[in-house]
Structure formats: C-alpha cells, structure tokens
Design a protein around this ligand. Structure first.
Ligand code: ZN
Length: 99
C-alpha cells in the first residue's frame, strides 16, 4: 500500500511533524471535497496542533490549542483517531461560542 506522509511545522513551537494518511482517508476527502482532521499532541509544550489536510495531501489550515497540562494528559489516554474527533468538536464549539 502506498504511504502518504505529510510534513508540517508547528507554528507555536516549530516542531516538525510527519503525519501518516491512509489512501482511504485521501480518497474520501477527494470524493466528498472535505478536509481530513489530524491532531498532534505537543503536551510538553502545552498545546495541541491540529491540521486540516485536503484530498491532495496539502495542509490547508493549522490550528493550535493552548491547553492546561491536565487536559492534555487526559487526552493522551485516548487513541489518535479519537483525538481527531475531539478536536473537531472543540473547533465547532469554539466557532459557536464566538457568534
Ligand atoms: Zn507545537
């Protein structure tokens, strides 16, 4: 299977990340014209990096969440797929609260 690895640099701490995307994720994003959400915990730095990647494997948007240490610890017990969902929800909630 072909591997799709996306390189991204965190805008807060400058850490370089390699994100692995499956062909299915990319295919779904292309067919649905949607963005893939990937969250990377930078718990030592006190924030989480969230990437939005399109079906071509291009990073379209980056968000960073500043978080309290205990919040990040709680998230680390979850598997990476759950993290993506949690941050998607957090983003939706933050959009709502700014209206
Ligand atoms: Zn970072």
């Amino acid at each position: 299977m072909q591997k799709n690895i996306i390189q991204a640099t965190c805008p807060i701490c400058g850490k370089k990340e390699s994100i692995l995307l499956s062909e299915d994720e990319l295919k779904n994003a292309r067919e649905q014209h949607s963005l893939i959400t990937k969250a990377v915990s930078h718990s030592k730095e006190g924030h989480v990096l969230t990437l939005y990647i399109d079906g071509q494997g291009i990073v379209r948007r980056k968000y960073c969440f500043e978080m309290a240490e205990n919040q990040i610890k709680a998230l680390e017990n979850k598997n990476p797929g759950d993290l993506d969902t949690i941050f998607e929800q957090m983003l939706q909630n933050s959009k709502k609260s700014t209206k």
